[in-house]
Design a protein around this ligand. Sequence first.
Ligand SMILES: [Zn+2]
Length: 204
Amino acid sequence: MTAGPGRPVPGAGGPAVRHRPVGTLAGVTIVPDTKDWTWVLHRPCEECGFDTRSVPREQIAALLLANAERWPGVLADAERARRRTRPDRWSLLEYACHVRDVLRLGDYRLGLMLTEEDPTYPGWDQDAAAIEDRYGDQEPTAVAAELVAAARRIAASLATVSDAQWERTGVRGDGVRFTVESFARYVAHDTVHHLYDVTGERHR
Ligand SMILES: [Zn+2]
């Protein structure tokens, strides 16, 4: 995709197309994404091939786990993982850090929705995170393990969701309201899309 380094919507996640510069990382201009990816809840993504509606909600956890298991292989070659092939495109390592954080943040927001009444998610600036947390300097092996662990945590949380709880709600900083179910689907697309970003393999 045309994704630059970094993420999309400040919030639940979504692949990135960046527009305005927010900062620099190792002399590279990072442009944040301002695009809302909630349309992936309503139609297939032509880029990664994933239709979020195609998966029964009870199988989203398994999808997240299967996706996570691909990332250690993506990061296996540490030198390759750290390399940016283009200055405006994230390295494999940076994508992996981002997906790990999407999963961590997703589990946190899921917890809010399950325990509070229609909470507004505290904000997360995904672009600032990539810079402040120095994604490019992290250790690929550690990031791979953290990503898998984060996927297991959110999958375990999703496994506890009862029929009624799938309809609980939460609101993103930009006013978009999710249910537990739509939020889980949104996060699932984010991970699938970024695996496509790094492997070029469309979702089947
Ligand atoms: Zn996609």
